[in-house]
Design a protein around this ligand. Structure first.
Ligand code: HEC
Length: 114
């Protein structure tokens, strides 16, 4: 009996703290970058800037991905999500720089990269 009471208290506490945690945690990503889609009309200088940023900020960990690597992602959206992870959390880029890098990755996937 005592044990059940204890369990109930612990579970309730977990549940409550879980809810509080959810409510106070900001969304992991702002909608802006997630909405990026491949656009064949992306200006070449945007793509070149993305590539340059990659060479500066991403190549500390690994080389520029090949088109084969970016094509392993099931969808463009999956690549964008992964690109957000890399640009924001691995390379700490601001959104403006991140957008160009992500556009570059998408162009690479669609054989449209300079
Ligand atoms: C702190 C280290 C680090 C930094 C900085 C970093 N990455 Fe990565 N990246 C990784 C690791 C580790 C993997 C392998 C993850 C996996 O697929 O298991 C990876 C994988 C990738 C892949 C998938 C390639 C593949 O193997 O299929 C892409 C695309 C990518 N990174 C893009 C970027 C971009 C763009 C940047 C810069 C904005 C960046 N990364 C910066 C560590 C890093």
């Amino acid at each position: 009996m005592k044990w059940n009471y204890l369990m109930a208290t612990v579970l309730t506490a977990l549940l409550l703290s879980g809810c509080t945690w959810k409510a106070s945690t900001p969304p992991a990503t702002k909608p802006g970058l997630e909405a990026i889609r491949f656009d064949n009309a992306t200006p070449r200088d945007v793509l070149l800037a993305g590539r340059a940023t990659f060479e500066k900020s991403c190549s500390t960990c690994h080389a520029l991905p090949t088109s084969e690597q970016v094509n392993r992602f099931a969808t463009d959206e999956a690549l964008v999500t992964f690109g957000i992870l890399m640009t924001r959390h691995m390379a700490n880029l601001d959104d403006e720089a991140a957008e160009k890098v992500i556009r570059y990755l998408l162009a690479l996937r669609h054989d449209a990269a300079p």
